[in-house]
Ligand binder design. Structure first.
Ligand code: DQA
Length: 144
C-alpha cells in the first residue's frame, strides 16, 4: 500500500509584509496576511502549509535553508529584498526545493528599481500583479 503524505509547502514573506492591510492599501489591498493565511489553510487543506514572515534578511536565508531540507515547495515573497539581496538569491539557488516567487503588485508597472528581481532566475516561476490571489495561484501549482 502506498501512503501519500500531504505535500509540505512553506510560505515566506519578507519585510513590511507584516503590515499588509494597513500598508499602502491602494497597492497591496486591505487584507492582513494572517487572516488571509487562515483562508488558505481552509482552501488548501490537502497541503501541509507553514508560514514565516521576517523583516530580517538573514532570518529569511536561515528559513530557506531549513525549509530546503524539509519542505516540498516554497512560496517566497521577499518583498524589497527581491531587488537587493544576493544572500536570499544564493539561498534559493542552493536548495533543491522548487521555489515560486510571488509579488502582490505588478513590479513591471512600478518604479524602475522594482523591475529587477535578483531571486527570480533561481525560482521555478514568478507570479505578480494578482494581489493576494498570487499566493493561491502558487499553491495551486503544487497540488499533485
Ligand atoms: C512586493 C513588491 C516589492 O517591490 C515591495 O518592496 C514589497 C512588496 C509585492 O508583493 O508586490 O514590499 O514584493
Amino acid at each position: 500500500m502506498i501512503y501519500l503524505y500531504p505535500m509540505k509547502v512553506c510560505i515566506i514573506n519578507g519585510p513590511n509584509l507584516n503590515l499588509l492591510g494597513r500598508r499602502e492599501p491602494e497597492i497591496y489591498g486591505n487584507q492582513d496576511f494572517e487572516s488571509f493565511y487562515k483562508l488558505l489553510q481552509l482552501e488548501f487543506s490537502t497541503l501541509d502549509l507553514e508560514y514565516f514572515q521576517s523583516n530580517v534578511e538573514g532570518e529569511i536565508v536561515t528559513k530557506l535553508q531549513e525549509f530546503g531540507n524539509r519542505a516540498d515547495g516554497i512560496v517566497l515573497n521577499a518583498a524589497a529584498y527581491t531587488h537587493t539581496s544576493i544572500a536570499i538569491a544564493d539561498a534559493v539557488a542552493a536548495i533543491q526545493v522548487p521555489t515560486i516567487e510571488v509579488h502582490i503588485s505588478n513590479l513591471l508597472s512600478r518604479e524602475n528599481f522594482r523591475h529587477q528581481s535578483l531571486i527570480g532566475p533561481y525560482c521555478k516561476g514568478s507570479i505578480m500583479g494578482f494581489g493576494l490571489n498570487g499566493y493561491r495561484l502558487a499553491l495551486h501549482s503544487f497540488i499533485r
